[in-house]
Design a protein around this ligand. Structure first.
Ligand SMILES: Nc1nc2c(ncn2[C@@H]2O[C@H](COP(=O)(O)OP(=O)(O)OP(=O)(O)O)[C@@H](O)[C@H]2O)c(=O)[nH]1
Ligand SMILES: [Zn+2]
Length: 347
């Protein structure tokens, strides 16, 4: 098998130096392109195939983006190559086991539109996340065509991190997306992070990925039905690979703790008058919010919306809290790195 061909699915010297001649001539080298619980998709130079999870994980848990050496006959995993990078999060609940999201991503495009929802602290959160995972961040400001503030947004974003690369563009225009092509060549793997609606799918299309959500291979399931299995790993015409899956999209949780506090400041103020500090505002004795709704001081619709958002927030809070903590730590590390750099430069 030729390593040169593997470069088209993200292979690089970091992986090559891990494999012996004997290993590569006896086994197949493949990349995990989707994880569907019971089935794992593997991509090799001869195409993509599905393998039952028990076989695929016989050498340990796998993540989308992993490189495996598998048995050429039954595709049983013999060994997983060391990962260059890994995105993971701790699973919610009691479980301490980390949830693997994707591995071996070289560059994260932090996508933000430079119109109304241009938000430096959100970009900063993604930046911290990328740096933490040792992945190269590049900020892509979309919708530059809709805003004459694009240049200004770009300058502001550039200031978030020394040497940070920021591109502003119309994501619908493949020609403009060519500024990103350096990160998307053979041997390279990229991912898109950003809130809903900023233009990630649009950008993926401009980079040459057709029908993000629908790409996949057709196969027969156990009952003989045709199913289409979505893959998370997409080949780019520029020679690189784009990883996109729900796990990565879920990393896009908007910062809502502060948002809710901002949005519902009036309600939170009334809540301070509730008799019990831990009032659930759901029929508790002495609930000031119930009283305010009753008297018409507080609109029922707003109250319902507040409760809904708050419940949603609570469901996410564990992972958010953890992330905040991690990001804080990264921020600190990041500050001390900058301070050290400044010191060296004598600033
Ligand atoms: N004018 C203009 N419109 C854009 C640009 N980028 C995206 N859009 C539009 O913005 C809308 C949302 O873009 P999507 O690509 O679906 O956003 P997304 O980030 O993939 O959103 P999710 O799938 O919800 O995560 C679409 O109608 C796009 O056509 C841009 O650079 N300029
Ligand atoms: Zn109350």
């Amino acid at each position: 098998m030729s390593y040169e061909q593997l470069r088209g699915i993200g292979w690089n010297p970091f992986f090559e130096q891990q494999v012996s001649v004997e290993e590569s001539s006896n086994g197949l080298i493949v990349r995990v392109s989707a994880h569907h619980g019971s089935q794992i998709l593997m991509l090799g130079i001869d195409g993509e195939f599905a393998v039952p999870v028990q076989l695929a994980e016989s050498a340990g848990e796998v993540a989308v983006g992993d490189w495996l050496i598998v048995n050429a006959q039954d595709h049983r995993a013999i060994r997983r190559l060391d990962r260059q990078t890994l995105l993971h999060r701790k699973a919610a609940g009691e479980e301490v086991k980390a949830q693997l999201i994707a591995s071996n991503i070289d560059t994260i495009f932090i996508v933000s539109s430079c119109n109304d929802d241009f938000n430096l602290s959100r970009i900063e959160r993604y930046l911290a996340l990328s740096l933490q995972a040792n992945i190269n961040p590049v900020v892509v400001l979309t919708k530059a065509d809709l805003n004459d503030r694009a240049a200004e947004c770009r300058r502001e974003a550039e200031q978030l991190h020394p040497g940070l690369l920021v591109e502003a563009l119309d994501a619908r225009d493949p020609e403009q997306a060519e500024v990103l092509v350096d990160w998307c060549g053979p041997g390279k793997t990229v991912a898109l992070l950003g809130s809903s609606g900023v233009g990630k799918s649009t950008l993926a299309n401009a980079l040459g990925v057709g029908g993000l959500a629908t790409a996949g291979i057709r196969e027969h399931d156990a009952k003989g039905r045709h199913t289409t299995t979505a893959r998370s790993l997409h080949l780019l015409p520029s020679g690189g690979v784009l990883i996109d899956n729900p796990g990565i999209r879920e990393l896009q949780l908007p910062a809502c703790e502060e948002g809710i506090a901002d949005l519902f400041e009036d309600i939170l103020e009334v809540a301070q008058q509730c008799r019990f500090r831990n009032c659930s505002h759901e029929g508790d004795d002495g609930c000031a919010i119930a009283a305010a709704v009753e008297s018409g001081e507080l609109e029922q619709r707003r109250f319902t919306s507040f409760m809904k958002l708050r419940a949603e927030q609570a469901r996410n809070s564990q992972s958010l809290a953890e992330r905040h903590q991690r990001e804080k730590a990264t921020g600190k590390m990041y500050k001390s790195i900058i301070a050290a750099k400044k010191k060296r430069r004598g600033e």
